[in-house]
Design a protein around this ligand. Structure first.
Ligand code: LLP
Length: 441
């Protein structure tokens, strides 16, 4: 078992995260519980931010892709780390603004932004909107005209780079609901269209080639394709883009099938991208673009774990052992959606050797409700605390109230102490918006 820096086993044989004893956290806050190590998040923000400062003369910005985990405190952390954020819905935008996040450092994404979301963004002076449709360009230009504004935009481009990752989370293939393809000329055409709009200021381009990617070559290739496209635009349309947003996508460790990267490896990835960007800009005679990157998973993923209490244990001889916990697909749907793999540990007996392979099942009425399959554990008993690692990204943000289970709270750990950044839901929350029409009373 490899432990990352944030995780240790203490003298009591308990798993610690960020210096806090997870068994004590489970006692104090209950389970299921999401726990995040603040320092880890800050270290990841700063490594990206500082690499742009040092290797690219500060000519760029890191955006935290808040779809990975959006709540007020996360925007506060991003703000205090002096980075920007990307949002993909009115709800994420609202959360960022409610946290007081500076609007000029917000980039708004979405392949089908609603008119009211665009209006909301304009009314709050969101810095940049990444457009992804002709109709959106028309709508946005019209709204800007009414409001007497000029809005900075980027166009989402599909550079046709296939990153080796789970097929459901690849987003830059030719058959994609995202972006305009370079290969078939669509990207060039929409550029011309956007440039014709008086109330939109086209600053450059965005692409995002997928998620949970480790192959550096994919990112380098994306830079090459984007710069070649920018050079072609300059030649054909006499427009030189000043901003290049390369999206997110850098991978994290979930199990020992994944590399275990350190902060300097993430800096290394960005340095490689920057070196390619400098070289290609020079080759094509382009001004070095302002660089935007949008890491989500790599900022919060490994900063988080989920704590559960073991309930029933069911051994089906010759087939499988199910260890059921008090959570499930309602707090982590990633196995159900992607057959995602995780590492689990018995947090209260973290020094004990694994002796068996089990599936950790949730409590939902659905046989596919597995938190993680085939994990190695010591023999688990009812009452044990089970920690699932690397759950900081795309767990809370994809949680639901399926089966009317409560979405777990989030505790943020700093200097060995934990406090809520998201409070527990209550049963009252479940019926808050329910209405019984008069005729059913
Ligand atoms: N920028 C854009 C435009 C994106 O679409 C995404 C992720 C990111 C940035 C952040 O990518 P990251 O650094 O987190 O890989 N629910 C899936 C992941 C979906 C990612 C969607 N886009 C999962 O649980 O694996």
């Amino acid at each position: 078992m490899n432990f990352r820096d944030t995780l240790k086993v203490n003298g009591k044989g308990h798993l610690e995260i960020g210096g806090a004893d997870t068994v004590e956290l489970a006692e104090k806050f209950g389970t299921p519980l999401y726990v995040l190590d603040e320092q880890y998040i800050r270290d990841m923000c700063s490594v990206y931010r500082d690499t742009i400062r040092q290797d690219y003369d500060g000519n760029g910005i890191v955006l935290y892709a808040s779809k990975a985990l959006s709540c007020l405190a996360m925007y506060k952390i991003a703000e205090s780390e002096n980075i920007g954020v990307d949002v993909v819905s009115g709800g994420e935008l609202f959360t960022a603004l409610r946290a007081g996040f500076p609007a000029e450092k917000i980039y708004m994404h979405g392949n089908n932004k609603l008119p009211q979301e665009l209006e909301f963004a304009l009314d709050h002076n969101v810095g940049t909107i990444v457009v992804d449709a002709y109709s959106e360009i028309d709508l946005l230009d019209g709204l800007c005209a009414q409001k007497n504004k000029v809005q900075n935009i980027l166009i989402r481009i599909n550079p046709g780079v296939e990153a080796h990752t789970h097929r459901f989370i690849q987003t830059a293939k030719t058959d994609s609901k995202f972006g305009f393809s370079v290969a078939d000329g669509a990207a060039m055409k929409i550029t011309e269209y956007a440039l014709s709009k008086k109330n939109l200021k086209l600053e450059g381009y965005h692409c995002h080639i997928g998620s949970q990617i480790f192959e550096m070559q994919s990112f380098v290739l994306a830079v090459d394709k984007m710069l070649a496209f920018m050079a072609a635009v300059k030649e054909n349309l006499h427009f030189e883009a000043s901003v290049l947003n390369l999206g997110g996508g850098y991978g994290i460790w979930y199990t020992d099938e994944d590399p275990q990267l350190k902060t300097e490896d993430y800096a290394g990835y960005l340095k490689t991208v920057i070196a390619e960007l400098k070289q290609k800009s020079q080759e094509y005679g382009l001004k070095r673009p302002y660089l935007v990157i949008e890491p989500g998973r790599s900022i919060v993923g490994e900063a988080g774990i989920t704590l559960y209490t073991v309930g029933t244990v069911k051994d089906i001889p010759g087939i499988k052992k199910y260890v059921a916990v008090d959570g499930g697909m309602f707090d982590n749907p990633r196995y159900a959606l992607y057959q995602a793999k995780y590492t689990a540990i018995l947090a209260n007996r973290a020094n004990e050797k694994a002796t068996e392979t089990v599936s950790v099942a949730g409590k939902c009425c659905e046989s596919g409700d597995i938190v993680c399959a085939n994990v190695s554990l010591p023999q688990a008993h009812s009452g044990d605390i089970l920690a699932v690692l690397s759950t900081g990204a795309y767990n809370y943000s994809m949680a639901s109230n399926y089966n009317r289970n409560l979405i777990p709270p989030i505790v943020l750990v700093k200097d060995g102490k934990g406090e809520y950044i998201v409070k527990p839901q209550t049963y009252e929350d479940l019926v808050r918006n329910d209405v019984i029409p008069e005729r059913l009373k």
